[in-house]
Design a protein around this ligand. Sequence first.
Ligand code: FAD
Ligand code: MEZ
Length: 569
Amino acid sequence: GQALAKFHAEMGGCDSCHVGEKIKDIKANLTDSQTHENAQCQDCHGSYQELANDELEFDPHTSHLGEINCTSCHVGHSKPELTCNRCHSFDDMEMPFADSKEKKAWNGDWNQKKIQKAIDKGPVETVDVIVVGGGSAGFNAAISAKEAGANVVLFEKNEYTGGNSMLAAGGINAVGTPQQKAKGIEDSVEWYAEDAMKGGRYQNDPKLVQILSERSADAVKWLEDLGANMDDLKRSGGARVERTHRPSGGHSVGPHIIDTLRKAAEQRDIPVRVNSRVEKIVLNDDKSIAGVVVHGRHSGYNMIAADSVVLATGGYGMNKEMIAYYRPTFADMTSSNNVTATGDGITLAKEIGASMTDIDWVQAHPTIGKDSRILVSETVRGVGAIMVNTDGQRFINELTTRDRASDAILKTEAQWAWLVFDEQLVEKKKMVRGYDHLGMLSKSDTIKGLAEITGMKDLVKTATDYNQYQANGKDDAFGREDMPLNLSKPPYYAVRVQPGIHHVMGGVAVDTDANVLNLQSWKMDGLYAAGEVTGGVHGYNRLGGNAIADTVVFGRIAGENAAKFAKEK
Ligand code: FAD
Ligand code: MEZ
């Protein structure tokens, strides 16, 4: 496990990686983000662009994770492990000094004695606003708080930021954007809100939905002003028009947004500290916020003082115990989520008396690659794919809401389904090439050939019927309203899909200012929350594209109000 460190020490001494030669000095200079060590890696080995290697089948240095810390995989004093294998299984990928096993997430040990010791010791640092979590909600909150004049710090427990946000594939919903106008799409704030409420079975908080809808266009503009491209537009399940915005060229939205937000935070000198898990929100005797206790991977337990805290820790879709407790019927399901989605924010907020709303509402996404953790984006259906059972028969309107689509798949005999599409779709949607690259697609030059290799005996008839419905503009079988593509251009493709845990709709209760509410529904002074850690916005079932909108709209509101609260205190 020490091989990488030993090799470097023999080559140039400990100070080829660290600041200092003696252990005492090294420890004193080591930050949780290992900023110096990572700069040293790139100094000797080159930047990510320089390390990119076209000849590799899968190149970890050009992955969707972006330019994360080198030490995320190349750990010196324990065995290097491939972070990619948390979701994939690149067993053949070779990394020096490693055996490429799945890397375990660092979750700290949440040690109450050490937490109390840090509180007793008193704060080692004081800021105005602490943001907990480096996904879209956290970054948007931190940037907004900084722009409102606050001294802000963001803590991220993982080795790199991004959370579930960086996995977002489809897009962000917004109404009234120039993109919609350019395509002549008629839409309204009322329609957006109505669709979200209907999709959520009218269990959403209408006040939160109204804000989401009203501020959605501004959310897209804000991202664009920070440097994002949101020029592509398509329709998601449960939406009556095209309102899901995404980068042009059909690229995934999450990595692009996270890359944009990482850069924006850096440009604004916002300290983003990775490997730093917040394990306690500390209150003063009058119940106002005193700060947090952070468990740094290298620095240990320390209290940081602040007047406001924004919880942006995401959902609990990867916490098996929470799923088994809150949503037992999903206990054995796969999950599309990042390993970071462990529900820490729920624990932190509950501990200090916050109220929860709809905490047991968890969404299954109908199309996760069978026997995998790879999401096959809803936009594949949105752009034109059909969904069929193992015999090749359609069984539902492909653009229905996720809860209904998932239920329908689970009612088929096999409990999994195929998505079928043709080359027209691949040309429109570059993301699909990624599924091909990962070996997930079956392919043939004819529909008959595809039917034969996949065993879908009725596929030829299904495709003929569907092409007829598409030509007539009327789906006589299932009433699908939007049929942008037929099945006519070879090659033809199929991918196996099954429902899996995707999103937690419930969470910490908040008001329209993103202020966390206590058990009596009073505001908890100085405590804000945004994104998947909160409940109320999406009701019983979230519509595709509404989570990223939620993180931007309410992340900004939380950041602005946290800064305002700290300033006025
Ligand atoms: P996250 O992005 O999950 O970020 C939370 C961060 O907090 C994580 O980095 C985590 O490590 C950190 N954290 C947690 N606990 C602590 C702690 N104690 N201390 C410090 N840090 C902590 N939604 C859409 O609208 N459109 C899409 O196209 C879309 N596609 C998706 C695809 C996939 C595969 C998945 C999984 C989700 C998708 N979603 C999509 C949903 C959406 O991505 C998430 O709901 C949203 O990004 C959550 O953002 P967040 O900032 O609230 O949380
Ligand atoms: O909002 C989502 O979760 C989404 C659009 C996911 C996807 O299938 O791409």
